[in-house]
Design a protein around this ligand. Structure first.
Ligand code: AMP
Length: 284
């Protein structure tokens, strides 16, 4: 595996690969890698000739400076894990390679409702920063396919819309959420959970599973109320629980034939903010 810190060096390497006719798969991450990230690498490996991963803790998508500071960083371990998973190239740029001084690369797109609901309410500015860095990384890497996790459902929805608005030829591949044995969605933040909160957190997955069953005959409002109660009973502090259209993120009140419906939630377990989601209804 090759490790690059500079855009020019990565591009020289990728230029040669492209000339040799190799397709490129890209997996952007913020590091502190776990099995969920490595599953994206394996998926990319199975669908493209050359896999590029990036590890970059993007400062512009953190609205809370303390969260940015506390974000776990394990670069050597990440490089080893990526190498073992079959990644071909790792891009680990310093901040000034992604955000060249004196050049404004801020992406200004209108995402309508997509960045205003759920995470958008609680993390103002987050998706603007995320979209900017994903666009910048796509411009640098120029992949054929972009692999992202369902774990961050709203993020993926916004990236899908961004690619559509930019008429980008990049194909977005949604990869399923990798979970611990007890159902907790893997996240770089999980290492910060206290033993007590680590024991409580799998309630999130149980609630989502129950919501899926309830959605057959209950309204979204009833399911939301039950979810909030159960989260609070388990000692978590829910921020939101929304049942939404899987593409437009507009609220959905009831099951409807042919609809694509997802439940998304965020809750604090101590001072660690967890998010998760589950598709309640697949389009027929
Ligand atoms: P992150 O570095 O955690 O911001 O995420 C980088 C990529 O990994 C994003 O596309 C995430 O959706 C994805 N990802 C994070 N956690 C998981 C997981 N548990 N299962 C699948 N994909 C994940």
């Amino acid at each position: 595996m090759f490790i690059f810190q500079r855009v020019a060096d990565l591009q020289e390497y990728l230029g040669r690969a492209r000339q040799a006719g190799r397709s490129i798969g890209f997996v952007p991450t913020m590091g502190a890698l776990h099995q969920g990230h490595l599953d994206l690498i394996r998926r990319a490996e199975s669908e493209t000739d050359l896999v590029v991963a990036s590890v970059f803790v993007n400062p512009t998508q953190f609205n809370d400076p303390k969260d940015l500071e506390k974000y776990p960083r394990t670069p050597e371990k990440d490089a080893e894990a990526l190498f073992s998973a079959g990644c071909n190239a790792l891009f680990m740029p310093p901040v000034d390679e992604v955000y060249p001084p004196g050049r404004d690369i801020t992406l200004r797109l209108d995402f309508g409702l997509l960045d205003k609901v759920m995470e958008g309410v609680f993390r103002p500015g987050h998706f603007g920063g995320m979209a900017t860095v994903v666009k910048r990384l796509l411009d640098i890497v120029g992949p054929d396919r972009l692999f992202m996790g369902q774990k961050d459902f709203q993020q993926l929805t916004i990236v899908r819309d961004m690619l559509r608005q930019l008429n980008s030829p990049v194909q977005l591949v949604m990869c399923p959420t990798t979970r611990e044995a007890d159902g907790l969605a893997m996240s770089s933040r999980n290492v910060r959970l206290s033993p007590e909160m680590r024991a409580a957190a799998p309630v999130i997955y149980r609630i989502l599973q129950e919501s899926k069953e309830m959605f057959a005959h209950r309204s979204a409002a009833e399911i939301r109320e039950t979810a909030f109660q159960q989260l609070e009973q388990a000692g978590l502090r829910p921020e939101y629980f929304e049942i939404s259209d899987g593409i437009t993120l507009a609220p959905v009140a009831h099951r409807q034939p042919g609809a694509y419906v997802v439940a998304c939630l965020a809750a604090f377990a101590g001072d660690v903010r967890l998010i998760d989601n589950m598709v309640l209804q697949e389009p027929e």
